[in-house]
Design a protein around this ligand. Structure first.
Ligand SMILES: [Zn+2]
Length: 120
């Protein structure tokens, strides 16, 4: 386990890339989901990207998340070549440039996107 991995409670977004077929993904695995190669490389993601879908959630799936409604869920195409789903500031909309942080939301460590004001 890598303690810097957000899925393991760390504070940075990582992704993995297969050295054989160049496929990229962001949920930590021990093998490539495309070709089965068993030693993928783990990289620190820039976390910068563009929102390709955005939804304001009013009906939460569990009690923990019910406490924070309404909240925004976005799908982001990162410059790193992966698509990541995460929480976001309520006013983040489609086509916005965003930056990923890892935050504790409803007791879990999750990707959280804020508007990237450094992009003109
Ligand atoms: Zn592969």
């Amino acid at each position: 386990m890598n303690s810097n991995d957000w899925t393991q409670g760390g504070d940075h977004l990582h992704y993995q890339q297969c050295g054989t077929c160049a496929n990229r993904w962001y949920f930590k695995r021990d093998f490539c989901p495309t070709c089965g190669q068993t030693s993928p490389h783990t990289h620190l993601a820039s976390g910068l990207g563009k929102v390709c879908a955005s939804t304001l959630v009013h009906r939460a799936p569990s009690d923990e998340f019910r406490a924070i409604v309404p909240y925004r869920i976005v799908l982001v195409d990162l410059a790193d070549g992966i698509r990541v789903m995460g929480h976001a500031e309520v006013d983040v909309l489609m086509d916005d440039q965003v930056r990923c942080e890892v935050r504790i939301i409803a007791g879990r460590s999750l990707p959280y996107f804020v508007k990237d004001t450094h992009v003109s």
